[in-house]
Design a binder for this molecule. Structure first.
Ligand code: PMP
Length: 311
């Protein structure tokens, strides 16, 4: 085989350039796929890439597959092995983004069903730097697009079809000169960012939209809840959040695998707090940055170590 980079498709490792699907692929037409976004963080001092919460990402992928009636032959542990082997083979000595995709692979159009349609699993790993510049507080806009309700489309798992909404919202915000879109749900209360969950701090209390607010159930959201409890001794309250509460919050931040912990400095031309990265947000950012890089011995269970090239 060539010298890489490599991908995984059709049950085997193949050169990335050969990892292709046909024009009639069901998932391409109908959004019948589940995916993940996972980060591997390069730790120069350790000579290792630490993949953050790898198994939990695959557990969420498996939940998406269940909803889309995809029977793939892999367990979460097998997905973990496929991923660590591919990363080892690709040999990256830098931060990477890991993108698994479980999709209805059969070349079959004009066929609106989930059952009796073949599925496949694909995996690519790419060098990846920052997604949003999170050294500063970003400017956000409430989107004119709403986060769908679970009765429209399942929202707690990462289904590709749902990303049309995120992409419409992000495009609208960026074209209007903002960094990120904040989506309300169908009830008009706060759901999340286009690719991030949202937290708000008011009078020393941290809150985030509850699980019924139709946001993706983010792994960084869960991580931040745990870190805030263990390291700052604070509880995160899950509740309904109104848009105007965000205008009046002392601090607000977004969380996601790609975005890490990103401070919200402004929403709809109103400063949140001072408009700068707030003190509690900064503490959470610093704790999180150490944990994902494998620099905090307390949280090494969350980090899967990979030595580039094996060894
Ligand atoms: N919401 C949406 C819509 C997302 O795409 C993401 C990124 N996966 C998140 C929230 C954050 O999820 P996680 O922390 O698992 O990356």
């Amino acid at each position: 085989m060539s010298n890489g980079p490599y991908a995984f498709l059709g049950g085997k490792v193949v050169p990335l350039a050969d990892a292709k699907v046909g024009i009639m692929t069901h998932a391409l037409h109908y959004g019948t796929a589940a995916f993940e976004g996972i980060r591997g963080n390069w730790n120069e001092a350790h000579g290792k890439v630490y993949i953050f919460r790898l198994k939990e990402h695959y557990e969420r992928l498996i939940r998406g597959c269940k909803i889309l009636q995809m029977d793939l032959p892999y367990s979460a542990d097998e997905y973990v092995d496929i991923t660590t082997n591919l990363l080892e083979q690709n040999g990256y000595r830098e931060d990477v983004y890991i993108r698994p995709l479980a999709f209805k692979s059969q070349e079959l159009v004009a066929n609106l069903k989930l059952h009796e349609i073949e599925s496949d699993f694909g995996l690519v790993i790419l060098p990846f730097g920052s997604y949003i510049d999170n050294h500063r507080a970003i400017r956000c806009q409430t989107s004119s697009w709403r986060r769908p309700d679970d009765s429209v489309m399942p929202t707690g798992v990462k289904l590709t079809g749902l990303y049309t909404t995120s992409i419409l919202a992000k495009t609208e915000a960026v074209k209007a000169g903002f960094d990120e879109a904040i989506l309300l749900n169908i009830n008009g209360t706060v759901s999340e960012g286009s690719g991030e969950n949202l937290f708000m701090i008011t009078d020393g209390r941290i809150s985030t939209p509850g699980e019924t607010e139709n946001e993706l159930l983010g792994i960084t959201r869960d991580t931040v809840k745990t870190l805030v409890k263990n390291e700052l001794g604070m509880d995160v309250v899950e509740r309904v959040i109104h848009r105007s509460e965000l205008y009046l919050a002392d601090e607000a931040f977004l969380t996601g695998t790609a975005a890490h912990v990103t401070s919200m400095g402004e929403l709809d031309s109103r400063k949140i707090g001072t408009g700068e990265v707030g003190p509690i947000t900064k503490q959470i950012q610093d704790i999180y940055a150490d944990v994902v890089k494998g620099n905090n011995p307390k949280y090494m269970d969350w980090c899967t170590a990979v030595v580039p090239g094996g060894g």
